[in-house]
Design a protein around this ligand. Structure first.
Ligand SMILES: Nc1nc2c(ncn2[C@@H]2O[C@H](COP(=O)(O)OP(=O)(O)OP(=O)(O)O)[C@@H](O)[C@H]2O)c(=O)[nH]1
Ligand SMILES: [Mg+2]
Ligand SMILES: [Zn+2]
Length: 305
């Protein structure tokens, strides 16, 4: 049986040229709401241009086989590049404090690539059951200086997860991103009743996660709230225009925007001291400087000068 109407749906998973699309939860439909779809052949956007998180219009809806065709793509608000997810409202960068060990340079890179999207970014420190309370407080203080109020999770403290879930339910579409093995899927299994997605211990030999989650997948927390699990990856490759970087470090933009510091040159990169009024005594300044230098050389290579 086919339905003549067109419906708006949300792409919740993508496999090769297929998309799993869920129809709008608020629509009062008496049929199954998840459809396996392909993109209309005559459409001149290529397959890879539809991503998890995209809203699409479905037609040729077949209720017997639960298949449909994607007719068009609704304009998206934003697109995270790696992993590719559309229409994100909040990014949760998740890093473990142990197993795998916390790597500050890696945390920095994840935060910067998250900030680049221009949405609210939060930092979650998982596996706090593996460190002392003293170390946990030390880390909270450290990341406060980085401009983040770190959320800490302890497997033995269910309240941690309850608080995070309450927060997530207030957001539209949050994404968990971070290295492999830090516990992104474990966290999701804890907060979504009945979910039992695959998790795996960190490799003893290489001390890294085993890339257990293979697909980006979106889960609903309520009819208005979604969460995306992503495959972990360890190196966050960054291709950022160096002129953007000062805006991606809270320690810098707070001085510029909130405290109104004025450097001699507009677009000051806060690297050379001449006429620069930025207070550079913050922990991440060396990371910032390195990032500007490498982004500059990369940028120059692209520009050919
Ligand atoms: N001690 C401790 N172990 C945890 C915690 N959270 C997760 N783990 C363990 O860490 C391992 C990796 O967890 P996963 O949830 O598979 O990690 P992931 O981030 O989804 O990894 P990828 O899918 O590879 O990106 C599993 O053995 C979990 O049981 C935690 O809070 N404390
Ligand atoms: Mg996973
Ligand atoms: Zn400056």
């Amino acid at each position: 049986m086919k339905v003549d109407n067109k419906y708006k749906g949300l792409v919740i998973k993508k496999f090769n040229e297929f998309y799993l699309v869920e129809l709008n939860q608020n629509e009062n439909l008496e049929f199954n709401k998840k459809f396996l779809c392909k993109i209309k052949k005559s459409i001149n956007f290529r397959n890879q241009l539809v991503f998890v998180g995209d809203e699409v219009i479905l037609y040729q809806i077949d209720l017997k086989s639960n298949r449909a065709v994607i007719e068009s793509l609704v304009k998206r608000n934003n697109l995270l590049e790696r992993p590719s997810v559309a229409n994100i409202s909040n990014i949760y960068v998740i890093c473990s404090v142990e197993d795998p060990k916390l790597n500050l340079s890696q945390v920095n890179r994840f935060l910067i690539s998250a900030e680049k999207l221009g949405v609210e970014v939060s930092l979650v420190l998982s596996k706090c059951d593996l460190i002392t309370e003293q170390k946990r407080l030390f880390l909270i203080d450290k990341f406060k200086n980085w401009g983040y109020k770190a959320i800490t999770l302890n497997l033995n403290n269910p309240d941690n997860f309850k608080h995070l879930l309450t927060q997530l339910k207030k957001k539209k579409c949050s994404i968990f991103m971070g290295p492999s093995g830090v516990g992104k899927t474990t966290l999701l299994n804890k907060i979504i009743p009945g979910l039992d997605n695959t998790t795996a211990p960190v490799s003893i030999k290489i001390k890294r996660g085993k890339n257990t989650t293979r697909n980006v997948e979106l889960f609903s927390l309520s009819s208005k709230s979604y969460i995306v699990d992503t495959p972990g990856f360890n190196m966050q490759s960054l291709q950022i225009d160096f002129r953007e970087l000062p805006l991606l470090y809270p320690e810098i933009y707070q001085q510029v925007v909130n405290e109104g510091i004025n450097c001699k040159f507009r677009n000051c990169l806060h690297i050379d001291d001449e006429g620069c009024n930025l207070n550079k005594s913050f922990e991440r300044y060396s990371f910032y400087r390195e990032m500007v230098e490498s982004s500059k050389s990369h940028y120059c290579l692209i520009q050919g000068d």
